[in-house]
Design a protein around this ligand. Structure first.
Ligand SMILES: [Zn+2]
Length: 217
């Protein structure tokens, strides 16, 4: 009976796994090297081009003379896989992957990961979205809900968002906002350990925001 492609691929994979396990066992034994003249002909082996590796790897470690099929366990699904010598040569010498980098995922899991990253939910850009939204509020007259949003942003765990809230207040102007900004400036701590305090960042942000909106008294 004719073998299907799937069967054939499975058989090839089994043979590769066996070969890789054997060569891994060989490498574990000390001082075992394939003879220079033979390694290029050995199955699952590729000679390395050290002149290429040297150009892209600033390492004190020893660069390999050849690549051998390496067995590895997929980080995501746990499948036993083989990183072939040919794939390694391509990775290190064509893509210039660092000499210490290793295969971590099987092909199916690499594809799944790429897909996940491509379809990342907008939550990944939440800070960016909130920042844009807050800035846009400064373009219009403040409504009650806009004021509430800015007040909430001033308490945000992200200081960058608090700074945008301060800028929005400066753009709105008005007695209450200007008073609040001057209050922040007055609370600026002196140097020392307080240098990285939020109060200092807030005071500087308020001063800059007022200068930019020409509301500097
Ligand atoms: Zn996998």
């Amino acid at each position: 009976m004719k073998k299907s492609n799937k069967q054939r691929r499975a058989e090839i994979k089994t043979r590769r796994l066996e070969r890789a396990a054997a060569s891994a066992a060989r490498l574990r034994e000390k001082d075992v090297r394939l003879p220079q003249t033979d390694y290029a002909f050995a199955l699952g082996c590729e000679p390395a081009d050290r002149s290429v590796l040297e150009r892209y790897n600033n390492t004190y470690g020893v660069l390999p003379a050849f690549y051998e099929d390496r067995p590895f366990t997929c980080r995501d699904c746990g499948a036993e896989e083989v990183w072939t010598a040919t794939q390694q040569k391509w990775w290190y010498e064509v893509v210039h992957g660092h000499i210490d980098s290793r295969a971590a995922r099987c092909l199916a899991c690499r594809r799944a990961l790429r897909e996940r990253l491509r379809n990342a939910p907008p939550g990944a850009n939440l800070l960016r979205e909130q920042t844009d939204r807050l800035r846009a509020l400064g373009d219009a007259k403040p409504t009650a809900s806009a004021v509430a949003e800015v007040e909430a942003a001033l308490e945000s765990k992200w200081w960058s968002l608090r700074v945008v809230a301060i800028q929005t207040m400066a753009r709105w102007g008005g007695e209450a906002n200007l008073a609040k900004l001057h209050e922040l400036m007055a609370a600026r701590p002196e140097g020392g350990r307080r240098y990285f305090a939020w109060e200092r960042v807030a005071a500087d942000a308020a001063r800059r925001a007022l200068m930019n909106t020409e509301r500097w008294p």
